[in-house]
Design a protein around this ligand. Sequence first.
Ligand code: 5GP
Length: 212
Amino acid sequence: MEKKGILIVISGFSGAGKGTLVKELMRRHGEYALSVSMTTRNPRPGETEGVEYFFTDKAHFEETIAADGLVEYAVYCGNYYGTPRAYVEEQLEAGKHVILEIEIQGALKIKKKFPESLLVFVTPPSGEELVRRLQGRGTESAEVIEKRLARAVEESEGVEAYDYIVVNDDLGECAEEIHFLVEACRRAPVRRGAFINEIRRQLSGFVKGERE
Ligand code: 5GP
């Protein structure tokens, strides 16, 4: 099958469990690479530079935009978030499926730039469960939680733009569901061009041979 990897966007309401899900997917399957975004938001307790994010300031972020160093970027709850270009391009070329865990504005930009990308939206089983998970995280103030819930309502309006919706109820099952979607994507005609052309070539040779 074609060597080039698939660009996968994973979005979902804040608190849908995307981070844990992506870790589980990568633990189970070796062919994925996770892009680390750049952001101007402050690190949360326990977050490490270069692991969850590259933390930076507004001026540096805007310089990176100007230098075309980001595949996409967006403003979310007052902060910039963006995907560094170099890592994504390198990993796709190396045949890895690159995961972008990004919000909806960024997802839409990716689909426009890379129509063959796979957009997956992850939701918790219910709205009540989402509120419970956000409050249970304990790292956010009531005000931030409120902002994120308001944003979740907005984002729910845009779900139709995604290719698939998966419900994150059982972690393992959800990870396998995403892997299954990626495997299906690899079989799309757009990725099997060289193979199908070779079959066409062989067949047309055969037809000619028969006529002679
Ligand atoms: P958080 O502050 O909770 O880490 O992330 C807030 C939102 O920003 C999440 O929905 C997350 O998926 C999204 N996000 C993280 N990195 C990027 C990025 O590089 N680009 C875009 N567009 N969104 C991002």
